[in-house]
Design a protein around this ligand. Structure first.
Ligand code: PLP
Length: 224
């Protein structure tokens, strides 16, 4: 695909995001994070040339490699994957814009310790396992609100900004919708939360209609 063809392709993706957000409200703004985990730095540069600035990865070592390779560009880096405790320092060295996947109290405590030692803070989202799937990380919906308040109180170096969830793994649109609604209900009940990160290439329109204001698009943004 030439750069011109790619731009036309991306315009179509943006139009789909735009129509979905307008179905919610004229005032509902949705931010796109381009998840570059299947893509090279050269492909990120092509998307940057079209105007995309926020990118995300799900492995700390990949985030580090791409952030280094592209350090000349004014990019925002998001981390969306499962964070192992022994990788916390590596992630903090990159100082990401937003950590989407805070998925346990133990991780929050460990993160707090490391942040305090480095005298830094980190913006983060609490990951919710809204469809209660064994294959997914995150807090169960029943305990999420209480855990959110606990982390806010006990981990002053973590700035919790809201929630993140991955839609239910199902072909049934109603089951996926229900998982997004569960996440959005939790988001709405949180004091001061401003980010509801849900929606991927296969389900972003539904996620937006359920209230998402941050979508994480991988394959569709890079035409994979
Ligand atoms: C890979 C990934 C995405 C993007 O997935 P696509 O289906 O390619 O859009 C979004 N969120 C997380 C947490 C991911 O790991």
């Amino acid at each position: 695909m030439t750069q011109e063809e790619y731009k036309i392709y991306i315009d179509d993706v943006l139009r789909r995001v735009e129509s979905a957000r307008l179905r919610v409200s004229d005032y509902h703004i949705v931010k796109i994070i381009a998840i570059s985990k299947y893509s090279t730095s050269a492909e990120i540069e092509k998307l940057y040339a079209i105007g995309q600035r926020a990118f995300g990865e799900n492995k700390v070592q990949d985030l580090k490699a791409k952030a280094n390779e592209l350090e000349e560009l004014p990019l925002e880096w998001h981390f969306v994957g499962n964070l192992q405790k022994n990788k916390i320092n590596n992630l903090l060295d990159i100082n990401p814009t937003l950590f989407h996947s805070l998925d346990s109290i133990e991780l929050a405590y460990e993160l707090q310790k490391k942040l305090k030692a480095k005298e830094m803070t980190l913006d983060a989202l609490m990951q919710i396992n809204s469809a209660k799937e064994d294959s997914k990380h995150g807090f169960m919906p029943e305990v999420a609100v209480e855990a959110y308040e606990k982390i806010k109180k006990e981990c002053p170096n973590i700035n919790l900004k809201g929630v993140m969830s991955i839609g239910a793994h199902s072909q049934d649109k109603n089951i996926i919708k229900k998982s997004f609604e569960t996440t959005f209900d939790i988001y709405k009940s949180l004091d001061g939360a401003s980010i509801c990160s849900m929606g991927m290439s296969g389900d972003f329109e539904l996620a937006i209609e359920c209230g998402s204001n941050m979508i994480r698009l991988g394959s569709i943004m890079f035409n994979k």
